[in-house]
Design a protein around this ligand. Structure first.
Ligand code: GLV
Ligand code: MN
Ligand code: MN
Length: 403
């Protein structure tokens, strides 16, 4: 818990927690995590995308590794647990096994992923994509709001865009990927359970849309002559909310809106906005994304505006591995805790890791289900319960391998 507090001080935005990909703040947090990994006896390296990875020794060093981790980057004005807590719990478990007499039959690699939230480049999961070998090289040309390319940001972060392929996990190199994370929702609190076993992760689409019209003088251009893109965006904000409210299981959010040129006495010339769309069923999500695109084009046509529609990221829903989920549930029961199973509406690196390795996730109850907000909070006893469960899970896996 003290380490979560310590990491919270690494921010690009004094007074609130913001750590986006490739920034000095993230690099500094990564150095601290790297040191804590070394203190836990791990062999530490930074890979081509900038993830920090610490490996512990095992009696069979070449055996497929158990991967444990989460992400170190954050949203803007974040809480202190979304991501870092999962890395630190993994480290705690590794530290416990280091002090056992019998070495583990497989190595554990603890990973602090460098970009899960995608705040800077709208990329999401860059860190895990590099491990899964699915980082689209076209992303390297994406620019942040200051025009810096992902390629240059990666280099400035000590990464190597030319070595991404070599960072990918070789086939068979990993046994499983397990991530501990705060729930970010209210379910565990409602059933009074400290932890829960994740069954599946909802799919999501991240869309970047824009309307363009004609900027002009707010005091001289008659209303009927205007081509103002902001009311069009307002129509889409309401249409997005309306669609989600009337479609079971659908969550849709306009999270950013950028008005250009942005002066109170100037009619806007362009409005850019994002739409985040999620649903447990991929067919529903895809249908709703198509419907929203049609609405954007219709609104643009009715107001003589230009329209842009770009799907920045698109991830299908993922099921957690049945065998890992069962073992996790057994570990929860063995710890004397109620076994709760729940799906995740939030995205996680496990989504991408599932392309190459079986994945499992354990959620920790968080106060009020609040997340992506500075008020994010967990109790020390729930965190201790999660560590206990992870220890038992690793122990069971090790005993099975030793038999
Ligand atoms: C990650 O936190 C996401 O679900 O957007
Ligand atoms: Mn997260
Ligand atoms: Mn998050």
């Amino acid at each position: 818990m003290a380490r979560c507090d310590e990491l919270a001080a690494y921010t690009e935005d004094p007074g609130r927690i913001t750590r986006s990909y490739g920034t000095p703040a993230l690099a500094a947090a990564r150095d601290v995590i790297g040191q804590w990994m070394r203190d836990a006896g791990l062999e530490v390296r930074t890979d081509a995308v900038g993830n920090v990875r610490g490996k512990c020794h095992a009696s069979a060093p070449a055996a497929p590794a158990l991967l444990l981790g989460s992400h170190l980057d954050s949203v803007r004005d974040a809480g202190r647990y979304d991501g870092p807590l999962g890395i630190l719990i993994a480290l705690e478990t590794v530290d416990h096994f280091r002090h056992r007499a019998r070495p583990l039959p497989f190595p554990i690699e603890v990973i602090a992923f460098a970009d899960e939230e995608g705040l800077r480049f709208q990329t999401t999961y860059l860190g895990s994509c590099a491990l899964a070998g699915s980082l689209d090289s076209a992303f390297l040309d994406r620019v942040d709001e200051n025009g810096v390319t992902l390629r240059d940001a990666m280099k400035a972060f000590g990464g190597d865009p030319g070595a991404l392929a070599a960072t990918a996990l070789p086939a068979g190199a990993a046994l499983a990927y397990l991530e501990v994370h705060i729930e970010q929702g209210p379910y565990l609190e409602s059933v009074d359970a400290p932890v829960g076993v994740v069954t599946a992760i909802s799919g999501q689409s991240r869309i970047l849309a824009a309307f363009s019209g004609e900027a002009g003088h707010a005091g001289t251009v008659a209303m009927h002559l205007r081509r103002d893109p902001l009311p069009a965006a307002a129509e889409m904000v309401l249409a997005t909310e309306n669609l989600a409210r009337h479609t079971s299981g659908l969550l849709a959010t306009v999270g950013t809106i950028d008005v250009t040129p942005g002066a109170s006495n100037v009619i806007p010339g362009q409005v850019r906005f994002s739409i985040d769309v999620r649903h447990p069923e991929d067919t529903v999500r895809n249908d709703m994304v198509s419907l929203l695109e049609r609405q954007v084009r219709e609104v643009a046509a009715s107001r003589s505006l230009g329209a842009e529609w770009r799907i920045a990221r698109d991830h299908a829903a993922v099921r957690c591995d049945a065998a890992l989920t069962t073992r996790l549930a057994e570990a929860v029961a063995a710890a004397g805790l109620p076994v709760e199973r729940l799906p995740s509406g939030a995205g996680h690196d496990a989504v991408v890791m599932s392309e190459v390795v079986p994945v499992g996730m354990l959620f920790i109850r968080c106060a009020g289900g609040i997340s992506h907000h500075p008020a994010e909070s967990v109790t020390t006893s729930d965190v201790a319960a999660a560590i206990d469960v992870l220890d038992r899970f690793v122990d069971t896996l090790a005993n099975e391998k030793l038999q």
